[in-house]
Design a protein around this ligand. Structure first.
Ligand SMILES: [Zn+2]
Length: 342
């Protein structure tokens, strides 16, 4: 079988053809996040023959991931394998002719430029705003197109950002939206939804790689009520945008990055998370949300939330958070992102 035979069904498609296939095979793509979206995206890219796929993820496989994270199985969850490594193994079995590079790390301002700057496309499989702003800064700084995607509950969205051509993510969201939003861990997420959003993202990535026009829209879908909305963002460029207008890459700059700071509390099994942007939390709403997924005790000053027996998360009104039951910063970061949202 020639190298190309395995791709015959997409080479037959006029929009790709043999030239497009060659382009895919010579392409480099970074997928940030190997969760519900990331596993769907990387599955399509690897099967389609994208030559180099770098998959970056900080988390471990858990049983509750299997409902939607299509590259994992019960064995991966039982052994708590890192998602990037488990996905890489499966993807190598699917297509051994492409390179899958697994990076077990949290994408942050220290490593982002090195990890995603020499790519043809960056794809967003993350679950939080902070990482998206970071991706956007790298993408704008180095002129790399990126494909945004998000999915929670029954609602999802995706969009393509092309530096110099379309607005950037920060043109649409000048500031990081306040936390305590809905996350997959507080309101759930449906598996057909993440499959659809991830598939759209993979399709837009392939279109970028073969030089085809991409959608000019921010597309939103509710898969439960079956409604969709296309918002044309092509004219949404903000000349005063910090990222693409002023080229101030706040999220790559330690002095200006509005990152939460994480610190272990001396002598205690506790990590303190201090948001850079102080804001007042709606503790009542937080308590109501968290009640659905764990034990909650609240008073006027704080909410205590235990997702399981080992971990207690304390939220204060000023958005400061204490995570009891661990002194592992990576774990704390993951818990914060899961239950508080950033
Ligand atoms: Zn911009």
């Amino acid at each position: 079988m020639s190298d190309l035979a395995r791709y015959s069904r997409q080479i037959l498609f006029a929009g790709i053809g043999e030239t497009g296939q060659q382009a895919l095979m010579q392409s480099r793509v970074a997928v940030v996040g190997a969760g519900a979206l990331g596993t769907v995206i990387s599955n399509h890219l690897v099967r389609s023959g994208v030559g180099y796929v770098r998959l970056i993820d900080r988390d471990l496989v858990e049983l509750s991931n299997l409902q939607r994270q299509t590259l994992f199985d019960e064995g991966d969850a039982q052994f708590n394998l890192p998602k990037a490594a488990a996905a890489q193994k499966r993807l190598n079995e699917i297509n051994s002719t492409v390179t899958v590079d697994a990076v077990i790390a949290d994408l942050n301002l220290d490593n982002a430029e090195e990890l995603i700057n020499r790519m043809d496309v960056i794809v967003d499989g993350t679950d939080n705003f902070m990482t998206r702003f970071l991706i956007n800064d790298v993408a704008v700084k180095y002129g790399i197109p990126w494909v945004h995607g998000a999915a929670v509950s029954s609602r999802g969205m995706f969009a393509v950002f092309k530096p110099g051509i379309t607005p950037c993510y920060r043109c649409l969201y000048p500031q990081v939206p306040a936390g305590m939003g809905e996350t997959c861990d507080t309101v759930g997420v449906l598996s057909p939804l993440t499959d659809i959003i991830g598939s759209y993202q993979a399709m837009e990535t392939i279109k970028l790689l073969v030089g085809h026009d991409t959608t000019p829209n921010l597309e939103q879908i509710d898969i439960w009520d079956h409604v969709s909305l296309q918002m044309d963002i092509s004219k949404g460029k903000n000349p005063n945008c910090r990222a693409c207008g002023k080229r101030e890459f706040d999220f790559l700059n330690r002095a200006s990055a509005p990152q939460e700071t994480y610190s272990t509390l001396c002598g205690r099994d506790t990590v303190q998370v201090n948001p850079r942007n102080k804001r007042e939390l709606d503790l009542k709403a937080a308590a109501e949300n968290l009640k659905k997924i764990g034990k909650v005790a609240a008073n006027d000053f704080l909410v205590r939330f235990s997702p399981d027996e080992d971990i207690t998360i304390v939220l204060f009104k000023d958005a400061r958070v204490l995570i009891h039951g661990t002194n592992d910063l990576a774990k704390a970061k993951s818990l914060y992102s899961k239950y508080i949202g950033n």
